[in-house]
Design a protein around this ligand. Structure first.
Ligand code: ASP
Length: 334
């Protein structure tokens, strides 16, 4: 029988109500005990590095979870992380960079309703996650939720209440759970890559901020961010528009980059990605050294990848190499 480690971190799935709002109290073992037939799938072990609302999850917590997986890597066939849904996409992306080319599945799941709710989605999500983690063709980091398996770098929480909370952004779902089977669409098969085993990383630079352009946002914001941040992920308009009415944005952005800080350009439109070359209002940034292009990546993955890449280097050429290398299907180059 396979051995799966359940890493319970909290979230709605583990939450109970004490009169002051839902908060996580149940352990991973208590949660699994409420899921029928889960013990027929594999042997389960449990570890509880934290029990928190994922609103409180920080990069240091991603590193703790990655450490638990690294320490247990040789003893388990797969890992299922129970996690709040609100920041699950960030953690899934972060783990995709911290543990690359894993031949063991690392699955994140949670629920929209607490396990104690009679109409909860928690039981099926947890059962499906363990089922997927036991499947011999599963590998790398993914989110299993609402009957879908989404690549860890492509997940986004799109709905606050529905059971299909997560979408796979700009990339097909890896698989579906139908009854008791994992169904993999054509081309989404095991694709075993021979990279000589997993690569673990243990450094992140959390001085990364997302800035969303809004009409009349003052470009002086870049100067104000300098003391606290090493990188800005800039969510531009449309396919890559940055206001050009008086040149002040270009001055502020070029000054940011020339000061040795990183600028990642992406779009605030959820689907289909960025192309700075299309409009005159993006053109100046397309070829500027030091500006990194987010292409079709999610903002969640861009945050995690920038933290990971800046955790390895500040040297511009190496930063760009790390940023543009494809990890866990995170980007489709144009
Ligand atoms: N606030 C909860 C969390 O992210 C929401 C959930 O798990 O669905 O921890």
């Amino acid at each position: 029988m396979k051995r799966i480690l359940i890493i319970a971190t909290g979230g709605t799935i583990a939450s109970t109500e004490d009169g002051a709002g839902l908060a996580p109290t149940l352990t991973g073992k208590e949660l699994a005990a409420r899921v029928p037939l889960i013990d027929t799938l594999c042997d389960l072990d449990f570890v509880q590095p934290m029990n928190i609302d994922s609103t409180n999850m920080r990069p240091r917590d991603w590193l703790s979870i990655a450490r638990v997986i690294r320490d247990g890597y040789d003893r388990y066939d797969g890992f299922v992380i129970l996690h709040g849904t609100d920041t699950m996409a960030y953690t899934a992306a972060a783990l995709s960079y911290l543990i690359q080319d894993s031949d063991r599945p690392i699955v994140l799941t949670g629920s929209q309703q607490p396990m104690a709710n009679p109409f909860t989605d928690a039981k099926l999500n947890l059962y499906h996650s363990v089922l997927y983690a036991c499947d011999p063709a599963s590998r790398d980091v993914s989110v299993v939720f609402g009957g879908k398996v989404i690549c860890g770098t492509r997940a986004r929480k799109q709905r606050t209440m529905s059971f299909n909370a997560f979408s796979s952004m700009n990339f097909p779902s890896l698989a579906y759970v139908r009854g008791g089977s994992i169904v993999r669409p054509a081309g989404m098969g095991p694709a075993r890559r021979d990279h000589g085993g997993p690569r673990f990383y243990d450094a992140l630079n959390e001085r990364v901020i997302v800035l969303k352009l809004t009409p009349e946002l003052k470009p002086t914001i870049f100067g104000l961010l300098k003391p606290d941040y090493d990188a800005v992920i800039l969510e531009t308009f449309g396919i890559g528009g940055i206001p050009a009415y008086d040149g002040s944005y270009q001055d502020a952005i070029f000054d940011w980059v020339d000061s040795g800080r990183a600028l990642v350009v992406t779009t605030q439109v959820p689907e289909e990605g960025l192309d700075l070359g299309v409009y005159e209002v993006g053109h100046a940034y397309a070829e500027k050294d030091g500006i990194l292009k987010g292409d079709d990546m999610t903002t969640e993955a861009l945050v995690a990848k920038t933290m990971w890449a800046l955790g390895q280097t500040r040297e511009p050429a190496e930063l760009s190499r790390l940023f543009y290398q494809e990890v866990n299907h995170d980007r489709m180059p144009r």
